[in-house]
Design a protein around this ligand. Structure first.
Ligand code: SF4
Length: 1018
């Protein structure tokens, strides 16, 4: 701020802006040559090792468990405070504590740890590494005059300090002796009370040093507007100060809406020509809000830079280290491997391979890495094994080797430094580069202290060291970007307009949680403390207010999880002084394309609204066109009639994209699929759009169905003696049959083209195999819950049910093929003929045909196995299910001689649903009064319906379902967002389609007809 104001009226080169630390370091180097400041990470390592020594002792307040990262953190910042207070030795600390009210145990343990800390420092840290306190002290007590080091200095301006640590204070005293000095200290009130309470310390220092006080009045309108407010905050009985228009307080329902509100405001400001550099967003609770800010500001296209503090683990660089450390654990977890491979900075295998690993991990449902390695390609498996072997060093080697291993991995294998340089740009890149520097700093600190003995493994040391490392991106010229920052960063900056977000008691002011250990020390020795956050918060708030032209404060009504939110006490105070009330309600202005779409959705004439948005340039020409087409489509889909958007094609188009040669012969399931929903059929069969591959942990219903079919087919087929007509299970012993069934099932499972493992797969197998012979050779691991097996699984239940069936029918044919073009059959064409002479060609397999010749008239019973629920027979007579009638018609081609003509016909489903839900409902014949009626249904009605379906497909009728949403399984359909399948609308739609002669309308959905009426047509 000083630099900016100077540059506006003076020669910029005549002012040098530096931090006090940088100046001190420069002067120190004049005195003693090059120096390396003690890095934060090295300081933290020293504290960790010092604490390890203290905790290893047999008594004392800290004896016991090794120190956690949080405790090490507290001690390392406490040691820095000792250093800043000029307490550089354990003996000096003893002297400080002498006669204090501090509990002896705490004093002794602290002195003990500090002694280890100083010893470690003396023994292992090179002498040219200096602490901050040491450097300040040397400069403050130097014999030479400081002005000789910087002879160009005319005057020193000190800005940004409202509190001083003891070493800083001594340096200021020295500076004042030698150089002309001006100190800037924003004060809001005259008597050091209220919001200025925290600045009392600095004021005392300046007064003691005889600074001449010059009071500066606000130079601009805004200063005058906010001045009376800051002057009255935290004072008893203030005069009420009306809030100026430039101070707003907006309350929004949730934190996310708050950020959206700010984003809209920013867009308006930017659209009105405000320079982004003049705007800032100050977020005291940066951690909680950072996700919303990034997402929302990106959506609203707001150029922004975030300079607020975060955590190393939240960066991609930090998570590489985090994942590697986790993978170094014994039996590492699969999720750490997938996270490492998916990291954008890691490029050891290509994206497809990385995705394959993730998919395999989900499919396998495995927690640990090892089973996963069988499922991934050789390169990835080899790489992973090598990586895990390398990481062993972290667990079993010494710290030196472990640090070198980690470095080699990061630098040579992952080339992380180059990756961070190539990653993104601007602020995102700066974060990753800073993170890389931090990782480097941590590893260097271990290299410095490699010779220190430790009982902990390198892995435990690294894990503690990398836990909770804060990261702060250097505040670089945000040029052309709106800056998002924490409150502390905003203290000496000025902006035209600032949004202060999330002013709740949770986020502001924050009282740091300290171990109780230090609470007492703070009470007994205030100079070893960082000051009162409450007072500091008040002061920062007032200073922010004084430094901006306009301030908009936002608060949420509830937290993310609808939890109640308490406003910041600072806001209560502001309200007490100004009487300001929050403006509330929903903010429904348009600030992003998403907002625009919501608004358009609410207008009566949406196409006109889109066209207007296109004319104004809010939507690009492509977007306007796409949205207009979308609306036109939605209009058509929303009305009952058939249009080009309802899956209606011209016959010529169908002839091209789905000619008869491609669609015939039909299979029963394909026909049923069409009747279920023409549109879904069109997408799948005509356009060839496949369902996205879901990640499964057990075989899909399709895989299960096909496996069970194969087992049941072979069970009978292998028993069938060619000389006999059918299989009579009573010829066999139950145990032999069970063994036979088990052997087949195991063999088929081995040959199945699916592969799974994990708990859920064990359960799946148990549901099929339980109770089928000895447990020893059972192909599943019978264990405890949740995968304990039922007593009788599907196969055993099937066997018992077959043995107990008293009907005389014997299984005769299994998976009998009909129609041409099947892979394992050379059967000729099979067609059904409509009454008008046209034909429909069909093919398929009949699961099972049982024949009984015991009575006068032989009986032919067809079964269709269902591993799901068997459909109701009324669906067959209602024209939506065709399997049974088609198989009955085809039976004429598959059974010998005159059996079909003379026999009595029956066809039904055989429900074989794991684990043991078996059911054989009454067959389709039960829906007819006589054999003659059944045959009439088969020979007349079914061919007519099949013909209509073939015709409807040929005529391009691919409209959405005419059945209920449940009947068509809309719930599981990927197109459900584009369909209106609500009941009242369905009726209109069916009526409309009924009018269309080319469409097939199942009898089931026609109100005016039933099967009897259809049959009597004849
Ligand atoms: S949601 Fe229902 S009607 Fe729409 S395409 Fe899917 S199955 Fe057909």
């Amino acid at each position: 701020m000083v630099e900016d104001s100077w540059a506006a009226s003076h020669d910029p080169l005549r002012l040098r802006a530096e931090t006090l630390d940088a100046v001190v370091r420069e002067w120190y180097e004049h005195l003693h040559g090059p120096v390396q400041p003690l890095s934060g990470q090295l300081n933290r390592r020293l504290a960790e090792y010092a604490l390890d020594r203290t905790t290893a002792e047999t008594d004392g307040a800290l004896a016991g468990e090794p120190a956690s990262a949080a405790l090490a953190d507290s001690f390392s910042s406490r040691f820095s405070l000792f250093d800043d207070a000029g307490v550089g030795t354990a003996d000096a600390l003893v002297a400080e504590f002498e006669g204090s009210a501090l509990d002896d145990r705490i004093a002794t343990a602290t002195v003990d740890a500090y002694r280890h800390y100083r010893d470690l420092h003396a023994d292992y840290v090179d002498e040219w590494v200096c602490t901050r306190g040491e450097m300040f002290d040397v400069v403050a007590t130097a014999e030479q005059s400081l002005s000789t080091f910087s002879s160009e200095l005319d005057v020193v301006i000190l800005s940004g300090y409202h509190e001083f640590r003891p070493v800083e204070r001594r340096l200021i005293e020295r500076l004042v002796d030698e150089l002309p000095m001006i100190a800037l200290l924003p004060l809001h009130q005259d008597d050091r009370s209220g919001v200025d309470a925290v600045a009392e310390d600095a004021l005392e220092v300046y007064e003691a040093l005889d600074f001449e006080t010059v009071e500066l009045e606000p130079v601009d309108e805004s200063g005058r507007a906010f001045g009376p407010i800051t002057e009255s905050l935290y004072r008893p009985d203030p005069d009420t100060v009306p809030a100026p228009d430039t101070l707003r307080w907006r309350e929004l329902p949730t934190p996310e809406r708050e950020i959206r509100f700010v984003a809209r405001e920013l867009r308006t400001e930017l659209a009105n020509g405000r320079d982004p550099d003049d705007l800032a967003v100050v977020v005291p609770g940066t951690e909680a809000y950072s996700g919303y800010v990034e997402d929302t500001f990106d959506t609203f296209d707001i150029p922004h830079v975030t300079t607020a503090a975060s955590q190393l683990n939240r960066t991609f660089t930090g998570s590489v280290v985090h994942d590697l450390l986790n993978l170094a654990e014994p039996d590492p977890r699969a999720e750490d491997l997938t996270s490492l491979l998916a990291n954008p900075l890691v490029n050891v295998i290509d994206t497809d391979q990385a995705n394959a690993v993730t998919a395999a991990a989900r499919r396998r449902d495995t927690v640990s890495v090892s089973p996963l390695l069988d499922d991934v390609d050789d390169q990835t498996a080899a790489l992973t094994e090598e990586l895990l072997a390398t990481l062993d060093t972290l667990r079993i080697g010494d710290v030196e080797d472990a640090t070198e291993t980690l470095r080699r991995l990061l630098d040579e294998r992952f080339d992380l430094e180059a990756a961070t340089e190539d990653y993104a740009s601007g602020a995102e890149q700066a974060v990753e580069q800073r993170a890389y520097d931090l990782v480097d700093e941590v590893l260097s600190s271990f290299e410095w202290l490699a010779a220190v003995n430790s009982d902990l493994s390198p892995l435990a040391l690294f894990t503690r060291a990398f836990d909770g490392v804060p990261i702060r991106v250097p505040q670089r010229a945000a040029g052309g970007h709106v800056e998002v920052m924490g409150l502390l960063d905003a203290r000496m900056r000025s902006f035209e307009k600032v949004f202060l977000v999330g002013l709740t008691s949770e986020h502001f002011p924050v009282t740091p949680e300290r171990p109780a250990f230090f609470e007492e020390m703070t009470d007994a020795h205030p100079r070893f403390d960082t000051g009162d956050e409450r007072l500091r918060g008040r002061y920062l708030f007032a200073t922010l207010l004084a430094n901006v032209d306009e301030l908009t404060i936002t608060t949420p009504e509830t937290g993310d999880d609808e939890s109640a939110v308490v406003r910041s006490p600072v806001l209560d105070e502001l309200q007490r002084v100004t009487g300001i009330d929050p403006e509330d309600g929903v903010d429904d202005r348009v600030g992003s394309r998403e907002d625009l779409q919501r608004h358009v959705a609410a207008t009566a004439d949406r196409r006109a609204a889109v066209s207007r948005a296109g004319d104004r340039g809010d939507l690009s020409p492509e977007q306007t066109k796409r949205t207009d087409r979308g609306l036109h489509c939605a209009d058509n889909r929303g009305t009952a009639g058939l249009s080009e958007h309802d899956g209606v094609l011209e016959p010529e188009t169908v002839a091209e994209v789905y000619p008869p040669s491609e669609r015939e012969p039909y299979s029963a399931s394909r026909i049923e699929r069409y009747v279920e929903c023409g549109f879904k059929f069109y997408a799948e069969k005509v356009l060839g759009i496949e369902d996205p591959d879901d990640v499964e942990v057990v075989p899909t219903p399709l895989e299960t169905g096909s496996y069970v079919h194969d087992v049941l087919e072979r069970f009978f087929a292998d028993l069938q003696d060619e000389t006999k007509d059918g299989v009579d299970l009573t010829d066999f012993n139950r145990d032999d049959l069970a063994t036979h069934l088990r052997e087949i099932a195991v063999e088929e499972l081995r040959d199945a083209d699916f592969e799974y493992d994990g708990l859920f797969y064990e359960r799946w197998k148990a549901e099929l195999f339980a109770g089928l012979g000895d447990g020893v050779s059972a192909p599943y691991e019978a264990g405890s819950k949740p995968h304990d097996a039922p007593e009788q699984g599907l196969f055993a239940t099937f066997l018992d049910s077959e043995l107990s069936r008293d009907g005389a029918g014997r299984p005769h044919l299994f998976e009998a093929p009909f129609g041409e073009g099947l892979p394992d059959s050379d059967a000729g064409p099979f067609t059904v003929e409509r009454p008008d002479g046209s034909t429909v060609s069909i093919r398929g397999y009949i699961d099972r045909v049982d024949v009984s010749r015991n009575s006068e008239q032989p009986t032919l019973t067809l079964y269709d196995y269902k591993t799901g629920r068997a459909p109701y027979m009324t669906k067959t007579t209602g024209g939506t299910k065709f399997q049974l009638p088609i198989y009955l018609l085809a039976a004429a081609n598959v059974v010998d001689g005159d059996l079909f003509e003379q026999g009595s016909l029956s066809a039904t489903y055989y429900q074989v649903r794991p684990p043991n839900d078996l059911k054989v409902p009454r067959g389709v014949e039960s829906k007819f009064d006589s054999e003659v009626e059944l045959r009439r249904f088969l020979n007349k009605v079914v061919p007519e319906w099949l013909g209509q379906i073939d015709e409807a497909i040929g005529n391009g009728r691919f409209h959405t379902t005419l059945l209920s949403a449940r009947g068509a399984n809309c719930r599981y359909c990927d197109y459900r967002r584009a369909c209106d399948v609500r009941h009242h609308r369905k009726r209109e739609f069916v009526d409309e389609v009924h009018e269309d002669d080319a469409a097939y309308v199942p009898l089931r959905v026609r109100d005016d007809e039933d099967i009897e009426a259809v049959m009597s047509d004849d």
